[in-house]
Design a protein around this ligand. Structure first.
Ligand SMILES: [Cu+2]
Length: 500
């Protein structure tokens, strides 16, 4: 095993990235023309300013090639594309069908989906993981099913009834997920209901939040030691691909937003300039009834929320910002604790009336008494050798091994999972192939029961916190669960669940 050392900030502090990093880009893969072989310790100047204030972009849609009813067929090609984050300066990105963010998929419950995937990423295997969707294990883009560079495969699955919600898709090859996502591979996957209870006058706007860090020459910056330890927080947070965009809406109007945290490691503590937000949906779709009065909303990496905002009736700007959030930080280069502007709603034109929401959105049946129990523990393992620090991100003391079965489950059984974060920073837990219900949280001896019923596929677990969830897998096969800070996942914070 080849070990690699690099400097940690200005402290001349060497971090030795351990075995799990072997094969990652830090050890120098050769992606043609993508400037990927440079050492991470090299101090490269970054682009600190990007243009702001452009109108909010709509997202490119993936066109359905099928004329058959309830069938969605398309091709998704992942490969190198050119993108201008800075006008006049070409940045090489990785893109789905040439677009960053990737082409958005929109289907209906019950649709049959058939996607031809072409991996045209030089030198790297990839997969497409359908984040949050209940699809067969061998169609879910797991790290156990890599698609080699230059080859193709078909992903095929049927969207379950009752699963309308805001999902997404992204690569999941072991060891290279973080890099492929921060270079641009991620996109929304919206499942619509034919009987959506929310009034159409609310509109329906996707806010897909990602981030980018650019070197002065316009190339995408590689992960630094701080990124690898804490999860990458890009220098620029983007909404639908641009920095601090503007959406103009009538004053007094009510609007529906689907907000995605598609960053590798940025925690978004959202607030809206004195406005409160009404929560109507989580990762797995609508909740049972609207919940008013959220002054802020924390979205950990990979989480989504559907909200309704009743905008004030006076004209002027309203800023959506990300407030400082203490999520634990290892080593140097901690970002300053400050509020970041994400986008602006410009209230202009004649005042309109707010929209009244239905009292009930849908039924969510509580998962019953569990017949199986699992307890897992997240940990970080820091050590020192003679001249370097070593770092591991572990589940149950082990680094990910796709050839090892860590846990077993039976199709249809309800399992109670207890996830203990025995570390010093937040880690968002995600499991493939199902949605779960949060039961309770426990920290410092005090328990908090989940305040409402909701379908989730990702839950943030703060340092030393235990979260209990209930879940059920309806299809057999090998699934994975992991921390959704993608750098941690790549460095081994992932386990396997064999459902039989
Ligand atoms: Cu983590």
């Amino acid at each position: 095993m080849k070990r690699r050392e690099f400097l940690l900030g200005s402290a001349a502090f060497a971090l030795n990235v351990t075995k799990a990093m072997a094969g990652m880009t830090m050890s120098g893969s050769n992606m043609a023309g993508m400037n990927m072989s440079g050492a991470a310790s090299k101090s490269t100047k970054r682009i600190r300013k990007l243009p702001v204030g452009a109108p909010l972009s709509g997202l490119a849609k993936l066109v359905n090639q099928s004329n058959a009813p309830a069938v969605f067929e398309a091709t998704i090609e992942a490969g190198i594309a050119s993108h201008e984050f800075v006008p006049g300066m070409a940045t090489q990105v990785l893109a789905y069908n040439g677009s960053v963010p990737g082409t958005m998929i929109e289907v209906f419950e019950g649709d049959h989906v058939k996607i031809a995937f072409k991996n045209r990423i030089p030198d790297q295997a990839s997969t497409i993981h359908w984040h949050g969707l209940e699809v067969p294990a061998d169609q879910d883009g797991n790290p156990t099913n890599p698609v080699a560079s230059g080859s193709d495969r078909i992903y095929e699955f049927t969207i379950p009834e009752g699963s309308a919600g805001s999902y997404w898709y992204h690569p999941h090859p072991h060891g290279q997920t973080s890099e492929q996502v921060y270079r641009g591979l991620a996109a929304p996957f919206i499942v619509r209901s034919k009987n959506d209870p929310l009034p159409t006058e609310l509109g329906d706007t996707v806010l897909f939040i990602s981030s980018v860090s650019l070197n002065a020459d316009g190339t995408i910056a590689e992960n630094t030691a701080a990124d690898l330890m804490n999860g990458r927080e890009g220098d620029h947070v983007l909404v639908n691909g641009s920095k601090q965009p503007v959406l103009t809406l009538p004053p007094g109007s009510s609007h529906r937003f689907r907000i995605y945290n598609a960053t590798n490691g940025h925690f978004l503590r959202l607030s809206l300039d004195g406005h409160s937000m009404t929560l109507v949906g989580t990762d797995g779709g609508l909740i049972t009834a609207p919940i008013k009065g959220f002054k802020e909303l924390l979205l950990a990496p990979a989480e989504r929320a559907e909200i309704i905002v009743d905008f004030q009736s006076k004209v002027g700007p309203v800023t959506l910002s990300g407030k400082a959030y203490e999520r634990g930080w290892m080593g140097g280069n901690k970002p300053p604790a400050m509020t970041t502007s994400l986008m602006t709603f410009n209230l202009a034109g004649p005042v309109v009336q707010p929209v009244t929401l239905p009292e009930k959105l849908r039924d969510i049946v509580p998962l019953g008494e569990p017949t199986a129990r699992h307890r897992i523990e997240f940990s970080e393992n820091m050590g020192m050798t003679k001249d370097a620090m070593t770092m591991d991100f572990l589940i149950d003391g082990k680094s990910f091994d796709m050839n090892r079965v860590d846990l077993k489950a039976r199709v249809g059984e309800v399992a109670l999972w207890e996830i203990f974060n025995n570390s010093d920073m937040d880690h968002p837990f995600h499991i493939h192939g199902t949605q779960f219900q949060i039961v309770e949280r426990e920290k410092n001896g005090s328990k908090t029961v989940a305040p409402f019923l909701a379908w989730k596929d990702t839950v943030n677990i703060t340092a030393k916190e235990t979260v209990r969830i209930k879940l059920r897998h309806s299809m057999p096969g090998l699934r994975v669960y992991h921390c959704h800070i993608l750098e941690h996942e790549d460095q081994g914070m992932m386990g396997t669940l064999d459902v039989i």
